[in-house]
Design a protein around this ligand. Sequence first.
Ligand code: SAH
Length: 458
Amino acid sequence: MAKFSALVKKNDIITMKFEDLTHDGNGVAKQDGYPIFVPYGLPGELARVKVVKVNKNYGFGKLLEVLEKSPERVTPPCDVFYRCGGCQIQHMSYDLQLKMKHEQVKNVMRKIAKLDEVPVHPVRGMEDPWRYRNKVAIPVGEKDGELITGFYRMRSHDIIPDMDACIVQDEVNDRMIEAVRSIANRLGIRAYDEKKDRGVLRHVMVRTGHTTGETMIVIITRTEKLPHQAELVRQLTETYPQIKSIMHNINPKRTNVIMGRKTKLLYGAAYIYDSIGDILFAISAKSFYQVNPIQTEVLYSQALEYAQIDKNDIVIDAYCGIGTISLFLAQRAKKVYGVEIVPDAVEDAKQNAKLNGITNTEFVVGEAEKVMPWWKAQGLNPDVIVVDPPRKGCDEALLNAMIGMQPKRIVYVSCNPSTLARDLRILEDGGYTTKEVQPVDMFPQSVHVECVALMSRE
Ligand code: SAH
């Protein structure tokens, strides 16, 4: 095989036309058959590109100038888009974003799951793909002796100093971050310095209930003590009555993980409420809760529709979090069993069942991959299983337990198409057939896409 890279050298400046788009939003152009991936390049565009990296079979380039613009190119509305790593595709029309995500799901179904025929429906998008996030966790730093809050500059831990809004967040959360920063600044609370591993304030996390408007603030410090704690709480809650909970989390470790083990209640309740459809949820600081409330309804409705539960059905909801999906299932089923690894989330799930007068659920703390085989050994035979794992997908032990339990249907909710496709293949080999896949856009402006897949036993 010809060694293509010999034709292209690092630092070459080439005029090229983008033919394709990768799932992570890079434009693909070819020079003498050698593909070069270029962030922010769009299909159809002619551009000047500087080659920045040359591998054996492909390279990377930097977009210098777009000579012929795609009609799908839009001016990113966020000022810090090209510096911040949070969003990756604000330069694309929303239409193109949805098409790109659809292509990605179709691709992994073909290439990884080896399912050429499975229907992958067009991605369900948002009417207004901005200001959708209900939660933010933002790093705190210092500049010229003042506290600053902002996301990290792409591929770094340097805080973007002049970031005063994040337009994919609920506006209330922007204001809360600003309030905590300015009050803490006036009180002289110091930021944590990651390099020296000194100082106090590491992150501020804010979550606001979409339907209730209730806000929880979590102040994360390195130190056990939060200086001026009472004054900080007083000023925040006097000014902002929507704050229903202020928590203090202590994270003494030198780590990328945002929260530490210990959480203390500073004000109000240890949770806030939010509702999805007709169910009310209590959500505590450490519990997972979908970040896009509008699309969560779309996602859960699809999962419910696929599950086709009737009143005699026994259902398992694995990776159940605070019991969100479980409680919707429970309204139609005979009994729902949920399993989740975070103890606080399971406590929330139990409380949420009570809160909604739902009595046919049972929630267990544990690793789904251990609890599932144990349930199987106990003789539990579910009619339907719903799984909603984190990005790494399901453990093989869990997949095998599912196959062994032989439910009529499996509904797989996934935030990572590649691991979804890998797991569907295993379940297919275990006797299940993938009927259809519905992608849902939970994270507009980012490259991420959520999917719900329906499998059944022939
Ligand atoms: N279905 C819920 C939560 C989905 S997120 C909802 O829609 O809100 C995935 C959940 O899996 C998280 O709550 C996470 O804490 C949990 N989790 C991660 N690894 C796990 C494991 N090995 N076993 C059980 N739960 C796990």
